[in-house]
Each structure stands twice: as structure tokens, then as C-alpha cells.
Design a protein around this ligand. Sequence first.
Ligand SMILES: C[S@@+](CC[C@H](N)C(=O)[O-])C[C@H]1O[C@@H](n2cnc3c(N)ncnc32)[C@H](O)[C@@H]1O
Length: 197
Amino acid sequence: MNRRRNPYAGDPGTRAAKQQGYPARSVFKLDEIDRRVHLLRARQRVLDLGAAPGSWSMYASQKVGPEGAVLAIDLQVIQQRFLPNVRVIHGDARQFALELGRTEQPFDVVLSDMAPSTTGSKVADQAGSFELFMTALEVAAALGKPGSSFVAKLFMGPDFESAKRAVTEAYAESKTIRPRGTRQNSSEVFVVGLARR
Ligand SMILES: C[S@@+](CC[C@H](N)C(=O)[O-])C[C@H]1O[C@@H](n2cnc3c(N)ncnc32)[C@H](O)[C@@H]1O
């Protein structure tokens, strides 16, 4: 039988994540960002955009604890079982951006690990990533509390400076982090905003 192999099945990061009960190695990126900027604390409300398969939401739900809350949104169905402080919405964050503002209490942290389906064209993928990044920032502007934090993934490209500028305008402090767990051939970085103005 000629079954296609998962190319990352042997990846040490993926194996380590699974051993610790997380569905994806991306958890180590959030863990590093969290340790570097002290992002997540007990009792916070966290919005996780592009949450499937669920590692970031799991990690955040453990950090915010039973008096905190995580709202996870993804285009894909999330199979992961979470603690009771996690709610899941199946859908497009671009559509929820405005609707959520009418129904949700403000958040302490807005996370986005959203990534476009890759097309094979670097230019198109960078543009798609920038659009998702700006959607996340728009959501954070509508739903982040004053003083709240923002973390979003961006594929490095010509729009990086304008993405960074938009975060600098909205947050008192901004940082760009490329976690150690990032694959060598990936152009992704995480732009962090702290203390929303
Ligand atoms: C790298 S994965 C996220 C991994 C996740 N942070 C974790 O730790 O398990 C990127 C996700 O972004 C989602 N995504 C892309 N565009 C989206 C959109 N417009 N709305 C919601 N989710 C989106 C994809 O479906 C995909 O599941």
C-alpha cells in the first residue's frame, strides 16, 4: 500500500508536543512568547483566532485557569477536548470580527496564529498573511481592553513595516519575535503588542 507519510511525524517538536498532550508543536512558540513577554495570567479572557488544532487554546486555558476564559475560533472543526473554560466557534474570523463586538465582553489578550492556505506563490501567501494579520488587529481594536495584549503571526514580506507600524500605533510597546521552534525555511514572525492604548 502506498500511503502518504506525514512529513513531520518524526519531527522532535511534534513528538514532544504530543507527549505533553498538545495536538501541535506550535504550543512551544506560544510558550516561548509567553515566557518572553509575560503574556498570560490567571483570570484573563483570551481570544484565539485560527485556533485549530487547539494547542494555543489548551495552553492559554491552563494559564488563565478556571476563572479565566478562552474563546477559540477557526475555519476548521476543532476536535481537541478542552478544559471547561474554553468555548469554540467554527467559522471565519473575518466575519466574526464585527459580530463578536456585539456579543462578547472585552478580552485581555488577543492571539492570532491564523495562516492562509499556501498557494505556492510567496507573494500571494505574504499578502494573505498580511490580510489575516490586519483582521486580527482589527478584532483586537474592537475587542481588546485598554491595557490588553496582542500577538499575531505574519509571513515576512513587503507589508511587514506597515503591520509593525499599525501595532506600534495601537500599543504602548511592540516586539517582533521569531520563536526558536520556527521551522528554518519558514518566513513567519510574531508581532506582539503590549499595553493597548
Ligand atoms: C497554524 S494553524 C493554528 C495552530 C494553532 N495555533 C494551534 O496551536 O493549534 C493556522 C490556522 O488558521 C486558520 N485560519 C486561517 N484563516 C482563518 C480565518 N479567516 N478564520 C479563522 N481561522 C483561520 C486555519 O484554519 C488554521 O487552522
